[in-house]
Design a protein around this ligand. Structure first.
Ligand code: SAM
Length: 329
């Protein structure tokens, strides 16, 4: 699949549920209305959709959410999709998780061929963790991380950089993650969906974080890539890798290789634009994949050049009205 800007689309992210067992303050309002269960695609339908994308050249599949591991019977889907690793059609099957259910699922994930996962963790402080996630328990996440490591799964930590919340803690997180053999990636907060707070108060440009870190650490740019938008440096003092995902301070859309499917079968060709394609109707219209395949081609033909996120005092509304938990971060 090649889009109008010559980019090969080889990466599909699937939000398998919009529900989550956390309520991170920059991601969701506390009182969220979720989709009625009857609107969700079944696991069999998600499998059929994902397989159609694999047949069309997708090499990397990531399940996300909401929290992917809270979707009932999610391991059925993961086990079933792992057959594409067996045939070589798929190069990587992975998840992004908050870690809350990882202790329970880590060994089964490893057994399904999941080799590395992203765990979202914004602080190492138990009290702050509770404050940012509203409902989370840091000890459970830590147990999940340990279980995944024991199962042989590599972990990359993702932390959203938030002004006045974790900026002072980033050096400590960096030392801890690298000491435990994990990469750490920092993410700029993106203007997605209405939340209870003001994003201008939270927004911390990573250019400033990097400048601050450079006073304490020796950061060397490296060409390392994981198929995503992060740009990496190697930290001489720890020997580990630190990634920066900078949708606001540095737009990376020119190398975008991905599209995002929601749990209702809506395909978003860009995280930061409203345009979407309905794949549920062609999926359900026939048992053959012809209609679906045509709908996917048509959607890829509409992939926009990029997003235009802005966070400032004048721009009060989010760039798109849907939350990250809908499209899958
Ligand atoms: N529940 C899973 C998790 O916590 O990783 C997967 C879904 S979550 C929406 C994926 C990632 O998006 C998390 O790392 C989260 O911190 C990040 N995220 C959510 N809202 C965001 C926003 N407005 N800006 C930047 N990152 C955001």
């Amino acid at each position: 699949m090649i889009d109008p800007f010559g980019r090969a689309i080889t990466y599909l992210r699937i939000s398998v549920t919009d529900r989550c067992d956390f309520r991170c303050v920059y991601c969701m309002a506390e009182d969220m209305t979720f989709l009625p269960k009857r609107d969700l695609l079944t696991l069999e339908e998600l499998d059929r959709l994902a397989t159609a994308f694999v047949d069309k050249g997708v090499k990397k599949l990531r399940l996300t959410g909401g929290e992917p591991l809270v979707r009932r019977n999610i391991m059925h889907l993961i086990r079933s999709l792992s057959r594409h690793l067996g045939t070589g059609a798929l190069e990587e099957l992975t998840i992004t998780t908050n870690g809350s259910q990882l202790e329970r699922f880590a060994s089964e994930l490893a057994d399904c061929g999941v080799k590395r996962i992203n765990v979202s963790l914004d602080t190492l402080d138990e009290v702050k963790f509770k404050a940012i996630t509203r409902w989370g328990d840091l000890a459970k996440v830590m147990a999940g991380i340990r279980a995944a490591q024991k199962a042989g799964i590599k972990i990359k930590l993702n932390a959203v950089a938030l002004k006045g919340f974790n900026d002072g803690e980033i050096p400590e997180m960096l030392r801890w993650a690298h000491g435990e053999g994990m990469d750490l990636t920092l993410i700029e907060t993106m203007p997605l969906g209405e939340i209870d707070g003001d994003r201008t108060d939270q927004y911390l440009p990573l250019s400033a974080v990097r400048a601050g870190l450079s006073e304490r650490f020796t950061l060397a740019d490296i060409p390392y890539k994981t198929g995503g938008p992060a740009r990496y440096v190697e930290v001489e003092e720890t020997g580990g890798r630190l990634g920066f995902i900078t949708p606001l301070t540095h737009n990376f859309c020119e190398s975008c290789n991905r599209v995002r499917l929601t749990c209702t079968g809506t395909l978003y060709m860009c995280l930061g634009q409203e345009d979407a394609a309905d794949l549920r109707t062609p999926l359900r219209a026939s048992e053959s994949n012809e209609l679906l395949s045509n709908a996917i081609d048509e959607a890829i033909g509409r992939k926009p050049k990029g997003h235009d996120f802005i966070i400032d005092r004048e721009t009060r509304k989010p760039a798109v009205s849907r939350h990250m938990s809908v499209t899958g971060g």
